[in-house]
Design a protein around this ligand. Structure first.
Ligand code: PDD
Length: 279
């Protein structure tokens, strides 16, 4: 696999980052995930804007290559060769020779980019496919989930707990209010009205979430961004997850609870997925 590291395209086995990088010693890094379909980067500028915002919020200097990011991704696309790819762009504060908590002098952030084959959303090919299994977990993450940080231990911790059932996604909640998935945003449908947790609930402002909201408006479907209590799960006709790699995917069960089946022609997630335009 080819990767990009600080100005160079390398075989992944050749790519080396110092252990003194603050991404390693302090977990100080941000990232972005961008997908491409036949080399068209989907919602590229929206992702770039969020990356800039993550850098600003963490005071990590803006790396010069971001002004040339589309060309870098395009070259990596050619090198790795898959028709559809997902790109992970990771930026850390850089290498710090002598450890100190504070650092105002580092000016050379580390930029590391990988790309891998992107499986097409299976629900595009077969919308009748069984939905995803999710389970609920208390949201133990930090209070700045609006920043897309590489420090994801709070997101993945419970996935490592072997005593728990295997699921496709975890749904985080706090004080009885639903937040988001460990790697996706969440939407609910009740009586043809769509609800999604508002951004004030310490969630990532998903690029796909914003795109879906635009599509809902275009399709004249009512949407509320709101505080969504846990028991809303048991009153919902549909629950879906959105992310750059998932697009939209339906949830079938949350823990032991199965979402009642609805006539498939009436499912809003299917209408919205059909109107995705990633060409
Ligand atoms: N995850 N919430 C969290 C915590 C996420 O990690 C993601 C994306 C989303 C959806 O954001 P977007 O629509 O901009 O992809 C919401 C990516 C795909 C990942 O970390 O692999």
């Amino acid at each position: 696999m080819w990767v990009y590291l600080n100005g160079e395209f390398l075989d992944s086995a050749e790519a080396k980052i110092s252990p003194l990088d603050r991404g390693f010693t302090f977990g100080e890094g941000v990232y972005e995930v961008i997908t491409s379909y036949d080399k068209n980067f989907f919602l590229f500028y929206e992702h770039l804007d969020r990356l800039k915002s993550s850098l600003e919020k963490t005071f990590i200097p803006y790396p010069k290559e971001l002004s040339n990011l589309e060309n870098i991704l395009s070259d990596l696309h050619d090198k790795n060769g898959f028709s559809n790819q997902s790109f992970y762009i990771q930026i850390t504060r850089g290498v710090q020779e002598f450890r100190s908590h504070q650092d105002n002098i580092l000016k050379a952030p580390t930029v590391f980019i990988t790309s891998q084959n992107l499986e097409l959303n299976p629900y595009r090919i077969n919308p009748e496919k069984k939905g995803l299994r999710a389970r609920l977990e208390e949201d133990i993450r930090w209070a700045r989930c609006d920043i897309k940080t590489t420090g994801l231990i709070g997101n993945v911790l419970s996935l490592h707990d072997q005593t728990k059932d295997e699921v496709d996604e975890i749904l985080f909640h706090k004080n009885g209010i639903i937040h988001e998935g460990s790697k996706s945003n969440v939407f609910f449908v009740k009586e043809n009205i769509v609800y999604t947790p508002s951004l004030k609930h310490n969630i990532l402002p998903g690029v796909t979430r914003a795109y879906v909201i635009r599509l809902l408006k275009k399709n004249k479907i009512t949407l509320f961004e709101d505080s969504i209590p846990l028991d809303f799960i048991y009153k919902s006709d549909e629950i879906w997850l959105t992310s750059s790699t998932k697009e939209i995917q339906p949830v079938e069960s949350i823990g032991d609870y199965k979402i009642p089946k609805k006539n498939s022609d009436l499912l809003i997630w299917r209408r919205i997925l059909e109107s995705f335009d990633d060409s």
